[in-house]
Ligand binder design. Structure first.
Ligand code: F0G
Length: 456
């Protein structure tokens, strides 16, 4: 049997408003040619992010009705803590309203100017929160991770030799923490192998550097380990996730991904004195330590969602569906980051649109073309998001110009996926007519969210 069937039935539906190409041209112009500034109602298939966009299950909605909204020590907090500890195993859990709040609390306590924080690849909010403290965020992904066509099974792995050299060159004192992002979002949603988690952990432990997982997509990473790494085929995704965490000292988590929730996150770890400082900061900006900026019902949704995201039928379907999209466009010549990632397909816009130089943002050009053609909204992960500037303020190209098509969890059906394939292939046929862009306005941090553009 080849047909991918969703391992769920649909009990509530959300209307999609159909639009014409002419209407979309008007909407995009009004949005300053930046898909972040579109009204979501004007989007047919929204692949901007897999974050906070999941469809919740009947079990989650049912649990939400049982939310205990007590300010302190609520029942929902106890369920949340038990569910998180069951999977992650860390001693201290701090709920936050989303992943970046956990990052801000953690990094503002442990990072100082002059510090360096290595990661396989930092996600944009992680990098920004580290750099905001004056520390440097350093990407140490293996070289295969920067080669879009390389089919290496664990392209999210960290280059352990470079990590060791960094510690040797800079000294342990400059490195307050080491991160490992599973799966590696900025590097194409690529997984990290268990062997790599173990190796990075061994180096960190040897030097007394705490290792934290950025665990947003740990369930998907666990599935890749199960299906690709020797010795894990008979383990459950949950057992694999538990083992990954056993090599770490803590994690940051956005429950908006593999928590199958629409909001929420947490910070976890085993260090009592660090936790005390984190809690103090939490109270200042997020809330009391048993709700941390979340409603009791949110804690319930996350407690259930974290467990559902590790179910085998769900993960098998999710990975098959993402892979289907990747394979059907790549076999017709669309250059994608190989192999397909867990939560998203990354199109190599620089390779697809070689006539547009990186400083004219091929990723933005492709995003806009997909929207105009079929109402699909993706996101540029390239020179606008990650490019640096030279001394004169001119853009320097990012290592890659990708367009990410992130698949919300349990939201779109296989016929939506077939539609995505058709739109992408039509854009591919007409790619020679696509033009580049220039920026007309931008912010100093995270400029991709608010910049406005015009076609060149
Ligand atoms: N780390 C990773 C790897 C992420 O992908 C994200 C969010 C965060 C941290 C921050 O979590 O959004 O809950 O504050 N990624 C979303 C995305 C926004 O679209 O990939 P958050």
């Amino acid at each position: 049997m080849n047909t991918i069937i969703e391992p769920f039935r649909i009990k509530a539906v959300e209307r999609i408003r159909m639009t014409t190409p002419e209407e979309r041209l008007g909407f995009l112009k009004d949005a300053g040619w930046n898909v972040f500034k579109l009204r979501a109602d004007d989007v047919l298939i929204d692949l901007l992010t897999d974050s906070g966009t999941s469809a919740m299950s009947d079990q989650q909605w049912g649990a939400m009705m049982q939310g205990d909204e007590s300010y302190a020590g609520s029942r929902s907090w106890q369920r949340f803590e038990a569910s998180v500890q069951d999977i992650f195993g860390f001693k201290y859990i701090i709920p936050t309203h989303q992943g970046r709040a956990a990052e801000r609390i953690l990094f503002s306590i442990i990072c100082k100017p002059g510090h360096i924080v290595p990661n396989n690849s930092h996600f944009d909010t992680t990098r920004a929160n580290i750099e905001f403290t004056g520390a440097q965020a350093l990407d140490l992904v293996i070289k295969e991770g920067l080669e879009p066509q390389n089919p290496h099974p664990f392209k999210g792995n960290m280059d352990v030799a470079r990590l060791e050299k960094l510690i040797e060159d800079e000294g342990r004192e400059k490195i307050p923490i080491c991160m490992l992002t599973v799966t590696n979002n900025s590097g194409g949603g690529q997984p990290v192998s268990m062997a790599n988690v173990r190796a990075v952990s061994a180096v960190c432990r040897k030097h007394g550097i705490p290792l934290f997982l950025d665990a947003c997509r740990i369930a998907e990473n666990a599935w890749f380990i199960k299906s690709r790494e020797e010795g894990f085929a008979d383990k459950t995704p949950k057992e694999i996730a538990q083992e990954m965490c056993s090599y770490a000292d803590g994690c940051t988590m956005s429950a908006k991904k593999d928590g199958l929730a629409n909001i929420g996150g947490f910070l976890a770890g085993n260090d009592e004195s660090l936790t005390r400082q984190e809690r103090d900061l939490l109270i200042l900006t997020e809330g009391f330590p048993t709700y941390g900026g979340l409603a009791g019902r949110d804690l319930e949704a996350i407690a259930v969602g974290l467990q559902e995201a590790l179910e085998e039928d769900y993960l098998r379907y999710r990975m098959a569906s993402t892979q289907y999209l990747g394979e059907h466009i790549s076999k017709k010549g669309v250059p994608i980051m190989q192999p397909p990632g867990g939560h998203a397909i990354y199109i190599d816009a620089r390779a697809m649109l070689p006539h547009i130089p990186p400083t004219q943002y091929p990723g933005i050009a492709l995003c806009n073309a997909l929207y105009l053609k079929g109402g699909i909204r993706g996101v540029e992960i390239g020179t606008v998001m990650f490019g640096k500037k030279d001394a004169d303020g001119n853009d320097l190209p990012a290592p890659m110009d990708l367009v990410r098509l992130a698949i919300p969890r349990r939201v779109y059906t296989q016929s939506h996926v077939d539609y995505m394939v058709e739109v992408i292939l039509e854009v591919m046929e007409e790619r020679d007519d696509i033009r580049g862009y220039r920026i007309t306005e931008e912010a100093p941090f995270l400029r991709h969210f608010t910049a406005t553009f015009e076609p060149t």
